[in-house]
Design a protein around this ligand. Structure first.
Ligand code: URA
Length: 211
């Protein structure tokens, strides 16, 4: 699992403990998802290319590094991925946001794409795909397949989730070994309904109060 980055910062883990609690209300859940996403976003942007610039301060000239290279896009997988957009935008406010709509067919449990809208220059961008739960990996792989079909190089894609499990990580790593996965937790595994255990339940329902 070499591409997996489990962010074990004490603040992240503390917030994850609060987030998993089944008694946490919708507003607090949503706020915490955003807060945790900021920390994950901090890590996922850690290796962005930089260039040295010279800045004139009130006291003289300073050499300072600024981000250069490809522009960024955030790609939430609907609907739960929407909960992570504000957290990412807090760090990278100029990023474009492209949406990928997926639903899980309740009989086959397979993901189906129903919406895909990206910035027109998506193939030129570094894309951060966000979805709170990496369960079977089916939605993540289908979302990435869609981006690759539109010309995005998998080398320019990163995947960020709050909770992952070995099944999803393995599936995504086998399909796209070049893609780094950032997560706040690697849980035990999936139950018979493909929910992550212990997980946090249905992230979309908890974010939007549709329980
Ligand atoms: N999606 C969720 O929201 N939760 C899970 O545990 C798995 C998939």
């Amino acid at each position: 699992m070499s591409n997996l980055h489990v962010i074990d910062h004490p603040l992240v883990q503390h917030k994850m403990a609060m987030l998993r609690d089944k008694n946490l209300g919708t507003k607090d859940f949503r706020d915490l998802v955003n807060e945790i996403t900021v920390f994950l976003g901090y890590e996922v942007t850690r290796d962005l290319p930089q260039e040295e610039v010279e800045i004139e301060t009130p006291m003289g000239k300073a050499k300072q590094k600024m981000i250069t290279g490809k522009k960024l896009a955030i790609a939430p997988i609907l609907r739960a991925g929407l909960g992570m957009v504000d957290g990412m935008l807090r760090l990278i406010p100029a990023a474009r946001v492209g949406h990928i709509g997926m639903y899980r067919d309740h009989e086959t449990l397979e993901p189906q794409e129903y919406f895909f809208k990206m910035p027109t220059d998506i193939s030129e961008r570094q894309v951060i795909v966000v979805d709170p739960m990496l369960a079977t990996g089916g939605s993540a792989m289908m979302a990435i397949d869609s981006l690759v079909k539109r010309g995005v190089d998998p080398e320019h894609i990163k995947f960020v989730c709050l909770v992952s499990c070995p099944e999803g990580v393995k599936a995504l790593e086998e399909a796209y070994p070049q893609i780094d996965i950032y997560t706040a937790a690697l849980d035990e595994g999936l139950n018979e309904d493909s929910y992550i255990v212990p997980g946090l339940g249905d992230a979309g329902d908890r974010l939007f109060g549709t329980l």
